[in-house]
Design a protein around this ligand. Structure first.
Ligand code: GLA
Length: 371
């Protein structure tokens, strides 16, 4: 069977900006989900996962909507993609899918988008090669939102499909949705050349978008935009304009989004000019403070990881992803990575947190066929 892969991601900067029509700057991880795929001629979809031995799922494509609540939760991601391909008229028969995922689940590294995008790229190559990247991203998001029932913005699927090795992906979400050619850009992010590494610290505290905190933040952002009379918080560029929001909590949420969009633009600008990435460190740390104090999506373990990494010499550190658990990234000199990792490990042990899982990443490639 031919094989495709799609990566998890870490977002360098631009958290909770995607659903506010704003800016993001993710890289793809070297960790991927693999999907082997082949056409079937009996109108059914069969999905097996190496991580779920003994849980094969077999459903008629025409029954996917009716069976949605009966299939296992994990299978709603691949089945949602199959459903979207069929609904849009791109899939007329069945398909066999075999999955194997190496992206940690619940770590805020987008294992779910890696899964849905691995299936999406496989189905495009097999059945609908004319589907554009833009539609594929939209399709994978629809699969996650509507079939899997998980509210996500466009960040994760865009990263999984569009990222390239050695680069961060600058994405202007509003422009991308409006199909502007310039809405995405590959920005050099060559950590290796500068003797730097990005250390990912997975706190092991699972983050789940479905739990409600994420949805509440989205609703608060919409309410803040409405209070200001703009379509989305992307339209606000100065913090002073936020005085027009009466509610103090909504004002803080909006302040995170406004300052975070500015941080994305500032980091993109620095990296575009080929500057030493060490210079972005303090901006990463400022983003963490904003997510912790204004957006209130951090946790004690995430804060402890950031504090310990900075105290041990990281140039910058912040939580990544939706929050309420998940991972931290720290930008470190290569020769200090082990010291920083030890410091985080010790801090976790002293604070009674479970031992974190840590690994070093470089910007990897987006989804592609491998065999
Ligand atoms: C999750 C969502 C993304 C994005 C981030 C926060 O990962 O899936 O769309 O909103 O949270 O930046």
């Amino acid at each position: 069977m031919p094989k495709w892969v799609a990566p998890g991601r870490v977002n360098i900067i631009g958290e909770h900006t995607d659903y506010n029509d704003g800016f993001v700057l993710p890289i793809a991880l070297p960790l991927v989900v693999e999907c082997l795929a082949e056409a079937r001629t009996d109108g059914r979809v069969r999905v097996v996962s190496r991580q779920r031995p003994g849980e094969p799922v077999l459903v008629a494509v025409s029954e996917l909507a009716a069976e949605r609540d009966r299939v296992p939760g994990w299978s709603r991601y691949p089945l949602g993609v199959v459903f979207e391909f069929a609904r849009r008229g791109y899939l007329r028969d069945g398909v066999d899918l075999r999955l194997d995922g190496a992206v940690p689940i619940g770590a805020g590294l987008s294992s779910s988008a890696a899964l849905s995008c691995a299936v999406a790229i496989a189905l495009r190559d097999l059945f609908a090669p004319s589907v554009t990247d833009r539609e594929l991203i939209d399709l994978a998001r629809a699969a996650e939102n509507d079939y899997a029932g998980v509210p996500t913005g466009l960040l994760d699927q865009s990263a999984a499909i569009l990222c390239t090795e050695g680069h961060a992906l600058f994405l202007d979400v509003r422009g991308f949705v409006a199909a502007e050619q310039t809405a995405h850009e590959q920005i050099p992010f060559d950590l290796d050349r500068f003797g730097l590494e990005l250390l990912v610290i997975d706190t092991g505290q699972p983050h789940a978008l479905i739990d409600g905190g994420y949805g509440r933040r989205r609703a608060q952002c919409e309410a803040a935009a409405e209070a200001l009379g703009v379509p989305a918080l992307r339209d606000i560029e100065s913090v002073a304009a936020l005085d027009g929001i009466g509610d103090a909590v909504l004002r803080r949420r909006a302040r995170h989004v406004v300052t975070e969009n500015a941080r994305v633009l500032s980091i993109a600008e620095k990296l575009r000019g080929g500057a030493d990435p060490r210079g972005i460190g303090p901006i990463l740390t400022a983003a963490h403070a904003s997510l912790r104090d204004d957006f209130e999506v951090s946790t004690p373990a995430l804060d402890a990881a950031v504090a310990a990494a900075l105290a041990a010499g990281a140039h910058g550190a912040r939580m990544v992803g939706g929050g309420f658990g998940g991972s931290v990234i720290a930008l470190v000199d290569r020769e200090r990575t082990a010291t920083v990792a030890d410091a985080v490990r010790n801090r976790f042990a002293r604070s009674g947190f479970d031992a974190p899982r840590m690994f070093v990443v470089l910007p990897g490639a987006g989804a592609h066929r491998v065999g």
